[in-house]
Design a binder for this molecule. Structure first.
Ligand SMILES: Nc1ncnc2c1ncn2[C@@H]1O[C@H](COP(=O)(O)OP(=O)(O)OP(=O)(O)O)[C@@H](O)[C@H]1O
Ligand SMILES: [Mg+2]
Length: 215
């Protein structure tokens, strides 16, 4: 094992995920170290979201090993994995999940007590959605919801960030802001795993992994 592999915050080792008769991810191996952005690229259906679900310990692999900040499936309980994610992991989902009965502000401060209110406030401002604070998520545009999701994920000073197409539904300026923020959290020590089609997002990555090209 190299130093890079040993120090990795995220590590997949020959990970395969099979749904029924369909192989969503085949023998995938990669690492993401602290301070690094790794972009997962590939056609729709190539397994980008699957790789993120596996790397974040939300979904168990059919075979192979996953390690997130020193925790894997063997020797950890569901509670330990949940606490690790709550404390140290920021998730930006492809479909932003916000509680529809709570305002934007409530979603950011009530749902997840790991987020730092001051940081979130600054991020909402930087993302141009600070004025949406009191609205219910259902009243926001898709792109505005996505930006709120970014503030929620990054506002907890995460050690690991999973970002599944975080710039897919926003305008070019917001996409720029989001990628710049991801670079900033990586530069301050987070490991970032990014699924993207976006050329600009690929450009900020330290490494690009093409999925599905060998199937
Ligand atoms: N829970 C599931 N049950 C069955 N099949 C699944 C499941 N999740 C993913 N798949 C299949 O696995 C393959 C990879 O899906 P995945 O969502 O990882 O692709 P993706 O690269 O993220 O695509 P996109 O760019 O459209 O977001 C697809 O063929 C999908 O239908
Ligand atoms: Mg996807």
């Amino acid at each position: 094992m190299t130093d890079h592999q040993r120090n990795a915050s995220i590590r997949l080792d020959a990970v395969t995920k099979v749904y029924g008769r369909y192989t969503a991810l085949a023998e995938s191996s990669f690492e993401v170290a602290s301070g690094e952005i790794v972009a997962l690229c590939g056609a729709s259906g190539s397994g980008k979201s699957t790789a993120i679900a596996l790397a974040s310990l939300l979904v168990p692999p059919t075979s192979g090993e996953v390690d997130l900040l020193g925790t894997g499936w063997s020797g950890s309980t569901a509670g330990e994995r949940r606490r690790l994610i709550a404390r140290s992991v920021g998730m930006i989902f492809q479909e932003v999940n916000l509680v529809n009965h709570l305002s934007v502000g409530g979603n950011l401060t009530l749902v997840d007590d790991s987020v730092d209110p001051e940081t979130v406030e600054l991020m909402l401002d930087e993302l141009g959605v600070a004025s949406q604070r009191d609205k219910l998520p259902g009243r926001l545009s898709r792109g505005q919801r996505q930006r709120v999701g970014v503030a929620r994920a990054l506002g907890k000073h995460p050690r690991v960030v999973f970002a599944d197409e975080p710039t897919a539904s926003v305008d070019a300026d917001s996409a720029h802001t989001i990628t710049r923020m991801l670079r900033k959290v990586a530069d301050s020590g987070a490991a970032v795993l990014l699924a993207t089609h976006d050329r600009h997002a690929r450009e900020i990555a330290d490494r690009v992994i093409e999925l599905g090209s060998d199937r």
